[in-house]
Design a protein around this ligand. Sequence first.
Ligand SMILES: Nc1nc2c(ncn2[C@@H]2O[C@H](COP(=O)(O)OP(=O)(O)OP(=O)(O)O)[C@@H](O)[C@H]2O)c(=O)[nH]1
Ligand SMILES: [Mg+2]
Length: 212
Amino acid sequence: MAKQYDVLFRLLLLGDSGVGKTCLLCRFTDNEFLPQHVSTIGVDFKMKTLEVDGVKVRIQIWDTAGQERYQTITKQYYRRAQGIFLVYDITSASSFQHIVKWVSDVDEYAPPTVQKILIGNKSDEEHRRQVATEQGSQLAKSYGMDFFETSARSTYNIKQSFTRLTELVLQANRMELDTIPPSVEDNLAVLHPEEEEEQEIKEEEEYSTCSC
Ligand SMILES: Nc1nc2c(ncn2[C@@H]2O[C@H](COP(=O)(O)OP(=O)(O)OP(=O)(O)O)[C@@H](O)[C@H]2O)c(=O)[nH]1
Ligand SMILES: [Mg+2]
């Protein structure tokens, strides 16, 4: 049967509890918004296929719990990520200050080639803003990352930010993809074979707790 995608990448959502990681993911994959905060337990994931630069990219997006007590579990997922969203909440100065700590965990546990972007979520809550857009863009610049303010509630910049991180991961892996001979069956997906993906999903499903 023809493969529905060319390549599979894993993206990870990190940031303090309550910044809106689960809502960003549910908005992107299912176009839904959850008004209540149901804390993620451990990790959860969702899949979506995007077409970027003519390549069909299947993305497996891992949503992690921001709560401290799950961090032993969530850190085990860093090493297999090719792209990471570092998320803070524009109405929470502490969630912004903690980005430094999230970045240092990523430096310690994720592969050095991992692509990162900074997200300031809840941009619809302008009246409660504690972090200026300029502060977010300066911090992103200091880390050499792209920066987006988003709103899972209004959908602002949701598709753009997921597409941008996917593009960055694709660019970072492009050389590897281009060196695979076109005659190889299912050529691009050879980087991350489907069998491996299915096996891993089975193993990982025991953690799946999505509430949307
Ligand atoms: N106004 C507004 N509220 C949002 C937005 N995104 C999320 N929220 C709200 O923020 C709260 C927390 O959202 P979650 O997505 O559950 O947060 P989380 O980062 O996944 O939290 P943990 O799973 O505990 O790490 C919920 O009440 C959401 O409705 C947004 O863009 N705008
Ligand atoms: Mg969550």
